[in-house]
Design a protein around this ligand. Sequence first.
Ligand code: FMN
Length: 375
Amino acid sequence: MRTPICERLGCALPIFAFSHCRDVIVEVTRAGGFGVLGASTFSPDQLEAELRWIDQHVDGRPYGVDVIIPAAYDKAAEKSLEDLEKLIPREHKDFMERILREKGVAELPLDERERVHREIVTGRGGMTPDGARRLLTVALAHAQVKLVVSALGSPPPDVIDELRARKIMIGAMCGKADHAKRHMEAGVELIVAQGTEAGGHTGEIATMVLVPQVVRACGGKVAVLAAGGIATGEQILAAQALGAQGVWCGTVWLGTRESELDPFEKEVLFAAGAEDTARRKARTGKTVRMIKSELSEAWEQPGAPKYLPTPLQGILYNEVHARVVRARRKELYSFPAGQVVAMINEEAGVRDVMYRLQMEYVEAAERLGRIAASE
Ligand SMILES: Cc1cc2nc3c(=O)[nH]c(=O)nc-3n(C[C@H](O)[C@H](O)[C@H](O)COP(=O)(O)O)c2cc1C
């Protein structure tokens, strides 16, 4: 399944793994794929610690970092990290509090509440262009970072110039062929065409339709990866048949032994079907495909407050989410996951997943070869 992107980035397989979990990044990278750490939930100090650990465990192999550089966000939130809490209206806090009280979900113990709050404000509060720049300053001090990907918009010109000067490949997520054109004009060299079935921030176009459109729009000038709904070797082969050089997967890693999810969260994940996910704004203020719950759906009801802009909605929602996880309340649990969650039903090690993907790919390629050769 090797394609030119492997040569360019120095990996054996064009299987890109997006994860917020350093263990997943390390295991995928060591198994020949290319791990990309989602940095946007970390504070700069936390990111430094994560990257130092990854450096120590990938045996000199290259890996990537993903930052969220939203085109639309709350400008006031960019200025005052400490005061973010004050920017969240009372009405919104009361709305969440009322639901949790009615459901009997306990407050976090005080020390945990303070820690979670600090982590979320410093992490989620960084989901602005300046926040992303702070994270990139950390990432660029790590020589093994060979790819930087931006989500929710093209990287600004100063970021593009800096990455080019350091010979770091520049990638960007895209949900429409028009986005791909804009990214190319901005200087992006790797486009991740992510279909609506993907977990996380997604658009409306399905991977099967989006990938060939983006491949055509790029005209062979930049590499395209397919994302959204890919968790088997057959799907990797299909993505390559559509013109992608490789695949970029997120949901499949959530069910691995190495993932950041705890056993309660994995139980919800393994039980979820494709129809249990939906695109909702409750988590970040922008549409994220995630597992639906009574909490995510409460925001869709008449009379619910309006969603807050990024990053405020994320700060509000994630504090509540921490309480739900601690209380182990399945009916209130929502986490980003794609439709392919339906195919992830038991825990497996990252290495096993990487092996399975390759075996399935070979079998599917042989099957297709026989079909193509038959009269
Ligand atoms: C839990 C989770 C968090 C995500 N967070 C981000 C993010 O911060 N930045 C980003 O570019 N993509 C993010 N994504 C999307 C992934 O990069 C990827 O495109 C997507 O998971 C691919 O589709 P799949 O979920 O069907 O594998 C996230 C996905 C998941 C499942």
